[in-house]
Design a protein around this ligand. Structure first.
Ligand SMILES: Nc1ncnc2c1ncn2[C@@H]1O[C@H](COP(=O)(O)OP(=O)(O)OP(=O)(O)O)[C@@H](O)[C@H]1O
Length: 371
């Protein structure tokens, strides 16, 4: 395995992805602000963040579809700016927006992308079979894409990104709008890829997927990387436990020895051992107990980590398909966004579509500390 020869490099293995100090603005919007992220071979990183946090922008930069205003991105040691073709050969991107061609069959779609990746004849045919099988597309290969369900089309879209066996895979909300079975199959396949050494960056709004993937977590918030670590580490460090009280109207002001936050009709009492605090919380309610609808103990979880770090709950009912996007024109400033040529692996060749309360500084894990 090659070692990291960069000045100041660790001398350890070259990471599959090294993002250092990357910033990107769209006019007045700082989509990314000095972002660091490293992904090692065989590692799955779940990229989390609210709508507009910068996840798609980060993936588009890594894929070389847009250029950073500042900072460096290396894919297996190749700079996406100075050696874009080499960098692209190493990666496969399945963007959020579906990039399949409905009038063509699944096989024709896959063949088209295999050719873009420089695969021909027998080797193209073999790779098509290889990518189709784990995504349960084998029986659908000769069906027109226009005749497939939304979830099946997304599987075709994902297969396109994997045809050239990239060593770094970028999956931008791959389970948006797919059913439970497809999600489970995709997660199993991503785990298999990682077990074989592929590095994966997987963005999602659906936190249980992160746990199912056994992924490390990176949290973007308003363009800044505010946390990076394993689920266990983050939960230990930031997973608030507490008592949650839901009222039928405006919640009362409670006098308690623990911090109390309010969100619409919900009060959250942050306390380390919530079971022991229940009686005191109830007593503090006094006459407003009549407006209490439910009261429950909240244990630390990835959900509470996300709330703690971003100051907001993840989008209500967030599950695949719920993400509301503002499809905007892509800012392909370097004009290289077609994914053609050297097998950029940009699954579809589609352009990226674009569409935040600051936690206290001491609550942040600086991304750079976790490389
Ligand atoms: N082409 C563009 N032109 C202008 N602003 C853009 C463009 N693309 C993204 N943005 C803005 O940059 C910020 C980051 O957007 P981005 O799409 O990266 O977020 P995201 O985390 O992927 O969101 P989502 O979860 O909704 O997909 C947002 O404020 C968005 O409005």
């Amino acid at each position: 395995m090659p070692t990291d020869p960069r000045p100041g490099g660790t001398g350890g293995p070259v990471p599959a992805l090294a993002v250092r100090g990357v910033s990107k603005r769209y006019g007045a919007t700082a989509a990314l602000d000095h972002v660091d992220l490293e992904i090692a071979e065989g590692e799955i990183v779940g990229l989390l963040g609210h709508n507009g946090a910068g996840k798609t922008t980060l993936m588009s930069l890594v894929a070389g579809l847009i250029r950073p205003d500042a900072g460096e991105i290396d894919v297996h040691g190749h700079s996406t700016v100075r050696a874009p073709r080499r960098a692209r050969r190493e990666l496969g991107l399945a963007p959020q927006e579906l990039g399949v061609y409905p009038p063509l069959t699944v096989r024709q779609n896959l063949r088209f992308f295999a050719e873009l990746a420089g695969l021909r004849g027998r080797s193209a045919r073999a790779r098509i079979e290889e990518a189709a099988e784990p995504l349960a597309l084998t029986a659908l290969l000769d069906r027109r894409v226009s005749r497939l369900s939304g979830g099946e089309q997304r599987r075709v879209h994902t297969a396109m990104a994997l045809l050239h066996r990239p060593r770094l895979v970028l999956l931008d909300e791959p389970t948006a709008g797919v059913d439970v079975q497809t999600r489970a199959r995709l997660i199993a396949y991503v785990r298999e890829l990682a077990a074989g050494g592929t590095a994966v960056c997987y963005s999602t709004h659906y936190l249980p997927e992160i746990e199912a993937l056994g992924a490390e977590v990176a949290v973007l918030d308003d363009g800044r990387m505010i946390a990076r670590g394993s689920v266990g580490e983050l939960v230990r460090r930031h997973g608030d436990s507490g008592v949650e009280l839901v009222f039928s109207g405006s919640p009362p002001a409670l006098s308690l020895p623990w911090p109390v936050t309010r969100e619409d009709e919900v009060l959250h009492v942050r306390v380390e051992r919530p079971h022991l605090a229940m009686a005191e919380v109830l007593a503090a309610l006094g006459e407003s107990a009549g407006q209490l609808v439910t009261m429950r103990v909240v244990q630390p979880s990835l959900d509470s980590v996300f709330l703690h770090l971003t100051g907001r709950r993840r989008p209500t009912g967030a599950h695949p398909g719920d993400a509301v996007r503002e499809a905007t024109a892509a800012g392909c400033s370097d004009g290289s966004g077609s994914g053609s040529g050297s097998g950029s692996g940009s699954g579809s060749g589609t352009t990226p579509a674009g569409d935040g309360t600051e936690p206290p500084a001491e609550d942040r894990i600086e991304a750079g500390h976790h490389g």
